[in-house]
Design a protein around this ligand. Structure first.
Ligand SMILES: OC[C@@H]1[C@@H](O)[C@H](O)[C@@H](O)c2nc(-c3ccccc3)cn21
Length: 586
């Protein structure tokens, strides 16, 4: 007869219990181990290593078609299924604004759900390390663009739609609160709410820093999105590298086991960040393993040193340092997600899904998201001809300038093809802002592009309009921590050079966050658009610049005046922003 755990007609509780009874300690610990793809050879998979994710910046070969992805992942799955109990492995990746490590995928403005799930499944990926539900309270933080907002209510709202987009809509009569839910079938993936908790509240916005605040602030500002994620059936929660009042989140048993698992009743699995356990206490690995596992970590992202992890944890269980009940809790949570998402019944990737990667439909969706995310901050009347925007399509002579006008990598930002993002137009497929402008105007309009035009070129060209596209170069995580938040050169100089000489000057700022706009600079700019990190579909920017679509976007975070005044967030007393939370001209 078929073993109960392999019988989908049995309840998940019965399947978990049956399988757990059969598992050896090493098979249980194998389920708790997540390794890097580059280490997942067939014989290593016999250690039941269940998850693989390319480390950030993993040089996923450009020629990796969705078919090649699927073959690679299916081969790993084959090895996992060939083991004694045949527990399928769960392949994970960072898909934070589309399937951003897959060549030719659609890159969205951040955190889009259903389409990202489809593009992940197009390559055989079943688990994504998103959404980031951080509440970024200080734009000096290099991950602020991964956060929806400084306002917990807005982050909660977005979390709700994002978890449903990735995992599917949790059925109204779904058993008990906190139990993970992932639709079976070909279109959804397991999600990961991250990083628990307070990653966006560190002092000075220092990545992996210390969130120094009373419990009340943690509970009212940073915690609320987790209650929403749990209610929506999120499959996993990733812990933050950061600390709360000096205690590492990866070792915080009171918040992970006491609050998240017990009080909030989270029944999915808790995963560490990359080598997050190792960072609990440098040079004392066994202490770190004991502290992290005892705190409540269920799956350990130990990409390379997994043999050391397995050896250490096995020793600690055999010596009774870690009780078997803790191991069983971790494994039961992991198995619950795998059973719920139908991974046992449907372990292999489906080549049929390949066409979803970078599909026209998704690119249209991304273009719509770009249109809705742009925020118009200024649109002055330039005297005789009225405000600069919308720009004319007919009979104009337009100068396009700036480092970000013709650079697909720059408009995508970090977490794109490489962990830190890249520069250039062939990093993947998409539409630059320049090519979008060129294809939007009528042939009667002349468009001239110069990345950093000289004074004489500008004066001799007698342009009727100028569009200057500048901003931040790509960054991720701590590489993006920034204490001055000025518009990087040569952008600042290009703005002055052009806007001092062209009567109608539109500046498009491509950045992951608000940047300093000195009054004298702002006075030269006739129209100012915050474009954030639009991704591959630059057409969405031209749609608004030329009036094919209206500006509707509003600021999801305060546009501060000066860095010395940070942090400044909606709801603060004596709130004195340059542009307030929710601001946006139409
Ligand atoms: O990519 C996996 C996870 C990702 O999901 C987390 O949000 C993020 O904090 C993270 N940083 C690293 C990472 C950073 C530097 C060196 C090596 C690894 C790895 N990861």
């Amino acid at each position: 007869a078929t073993a109960a755990y392999k019988d989908p007609s049995k309840s998940i509780r019965v399947r978990i219990n049956d399988l757990m009874e059969r598992m050896s300690l090493s098979e249980k610990i194998g389920q708790m181990t997540q390794i890097d793809r580059s280490r997942a050879t067939t014989d290593v998979m016999s250690n039941y290593c269940i998850g693989n994710q390319p480390k950030p910046g993993d040089r996923t070969p450009h020629n990796f078609s969705s078919r090649k992805w699927i073959m690679t992942i299916n081969k790993l799955q084959e090895a996992a299924l060939a083991t004694r109990l045949g527990i399928p492995m769960l392949y994970a990746i960072d898909a934070v604004h589309g399937h951003n490590y897959a060549y030719r995928s659609t890159i969205f403005p951040h955190n889009i759900g259903a389409a990202t799930a489809l593009e992940a499944r197009a390559t055989g990926v079943r688990y994504v390390f998103s959404p980031t539900i951080a509440v970024c309270r200080d734009p000096r933080w290099g991950r602020c663009y991964e956060s929806y907002s400084e306002d917990p209510a807005l982050v909660k709202l977005m979390t709700e739609t994002m978890i449903a987009g990735l995992e599917g809509d949790i059925p109204p009569n779904y058993s008990i609160k906190g139990v993970p839910f992932v639709e079976t079938g070909q279109t959804k993936v397991a999600a990961c709410a991250k990083h628990f908790v307070g990653d966006g509240g560190t002092s000075g916005g220092v990545d992996r820093g210390n969130a120094e605040m009373p419990w009340k602030e943690l509970a009212t500002v940073h915690l609320p999105p987790y209650s929403t994620a749990i209610l929506k059936g999120v499959a996993s929660v990733m812990l933050s590298y950061s600390s709360w009042n000096g205690q590492k989140m990866h070792a915080n048993r009171r918040l992970v086991t006491g609050l998240l698992k017990t009080r909030l009743k989270f029944r999915g699995f808790v995963i560490s960040d990359f080598d997050g356990i190792d960072k609990i206490k440098d040079a004392n690995y066994s202490y770190s393993v004991e502290a992290g596992i005892s705190a409540g970590i269920d799956m350990v992202m130990t990409p390379y040193e997994f043999r050391k992890f397995i050896r250490t944890l096995t020793y600690q269980v055999e010596k009774g340092i870690i009780p078997m009940t803790r191991i069983d809790d971790a494994v039961a949570r992991i198995l619950r997600v795998k059973f719920t998402m139908g991974l046992f019944e449907n372990p292999y990737a489906d080549v049929e899904m390949g066409s979803q990667l970078g599909s026209e439909e998704h690119r249209e969706l991304a273009r719509e998201a770009v249109r809705k995310s742009l925020v118009l901050l200024k649109n002055d009347d330039t005297g005789r001809r009225g405000p600069s925007l919308p720009l004319p399509k007919y009979g104009a002579k337009i100068l396009v300038a700036g480092t970000h006008a013709n650079n697909l990598g720059y408009q995508c930002g970090g977490w794109t093809m490489q962990w830190q993002g890249q520069s250039g137009n062939n990093i993947t497929q998409g539409t630059t802002i320049l090519s979008a402008i060129a294809s939007t105007v009528d042939p009667s309009t002349e468009v001239l592009y110069s990345v950093d035009p000289s004074a004489e070129l500008i004066e001799l060209g007698n342009f009727s309009h100028a569009i200057v596209v500048v901003g931040e170069v790509p960054y991720a995580e701590f590489d993006g921590d920034n204490g001055n938040l000025t518009i990087p050169e040569p952008g600042l100089t290009t703005i002055s050079n052009v806007c001092d000489r062209v009567v109608s000057c539109v500046v498009v700022l491509v950045s992951g966050r608000p940047l300093v706009l000195e009054p004298h600079l702002l006075s030269k700019i006739h129209a100012l658009v915050a474009a954030w990190l639009p991704g591959t579909e630059g057409q969405g920017v031209a749609d608004l610049l030329f009036g094919d679509w209206p500006f509707t976007g509003r600021l999801p975070r305060t546009w501060f005046k000066r860095v010395v005044l940070l942090p400044i967030n909606v709801g603060d007393r004596n709130y004195l922003p340059l542009f307030p939370f929710g601001f946006g001209l139409t």
